[in-house]
Ligand binder design. Structure first.
Ligand code: API
Length: 269
């Protein structure tokens, strides 16, 4: 069976989007990993499958490059919001989010952040505002769950961190039973952050929407910034606001690169 897909990205964090609302497409770790492979598949950081939802306009399933299904993907939420247009309620494993196409791109209400150690999750009880742990020069992270788990390290110069080496070590540390997305951020000003991300299941990406949300909230909790910030990622900027009713509003671009089809028989489920 031929399966249509749309190749999209949010600031260079790229996706293969399959709209399976009319035509079910079985998705497994094996098939997702094969489709995401940048040499033998279509290639992407995350594979997105849209399905009917009983509780929202659409259900968005998110599979990392390694094939693992996860709870949230901020950049892909904007891509799906652009694809479907207008305002959408989107069901994810991490909860219900809402997108709206605006003049500035796509705004997504990513829901409420969680800070308790069991919500991150961590393997044992710990203060998540400044965790008493470290990996070489990266220490005292803050941890935030924005549907998915994030550890955030504030450093003098995010570009100076060897994230390709330290990222996978921290991602897979037993302190994080679900693994973790690793964020290194620098404070440029009271409304401006610089961020690089080693993503769980995907590695270094050009942008991470949930990472920008988690890092912004972490900075606000530590009183490093105000409640609305610009976050500069390698692929470009996002605007993040932690609103008065405790939800996180992310605004930024989403782009279609091309459309295509693949033969499902070429990618066994
Ligand atoms: N790697 C993330 C999922 C994708 C997040 C990122 N692409 C975003 O835009 O939020 C995780 O395993 O939780």
């Amino acid at each position: 069976m031929q399966v249509p897909f749309r190749k999209m990205h949010g600031l260079g964090n790229d996706f293969v989007v399959i709209d399976a609302r009319e035509m079910p497409v079985a998705m497994t770790t094996r098939r997702a990993g094969a489709l995401a492979d940048r040499r033998t598949g279509i290639g992407c950081d995350q594979l997105i499958v849209l399905e009917p939802s009983d509780v929202a306009d659409v259900r968005m399933r998110i599979f990392n490059n390694d094939g693992g299904e996860v709870e949230a993907c901020g950049n892909a939420s904007r891509a799906v919001g652009l694809l479907l247009g207008g305002t959408q309620a989107i069901e994810t494993l991490g909860g219900l989010i809402r997108s709206e196409v605006t003049g500035e791109g796509v705004a997504v209400d990513m829901g409420r952040p969680r800070f308790d150690w069991q919500a991150i999750p961590l393997a044992y009880a710990m203060d998540t505002l400044a965790m008493p742990v470290g990996w070489e020069e990266l220490d005292q992270p803050t941890a935030v769950n924005v549907g998915n788990p994030h550890a955030i390290f504030f450093v003098p110069d995010a570009d100076a961190v060897d994230l390709a080496r330290l990222g996978p070590v921290i991602e897979t540390d037993p302190l994080f039973p679900e693994r973790v997305n690793v964020n290194v951020a620098s404070v440029v000003g009271p409304d401006h952050l610089k961020l690089r991300v080693w993503e769980r299941g995907a590695g270094l990406t050009r942008a991470c929407g949930t990472g920008a949300c988690a890092t912004a909230v972490g900075a606000m909790r530590r009183r490093l910034t105000g409640r609305k910030v610009r976050v500069d990622l390698p692929g470009g900027p996002l605007t993040i606001e932690w609103t008065a009713d405790d939800t996180i509003l992310m605004t930024g671009p989403a782009t279609t690169s091309f459309t295509g089809v693949f033969e499902d028989a070429d990618y066994p489920a």
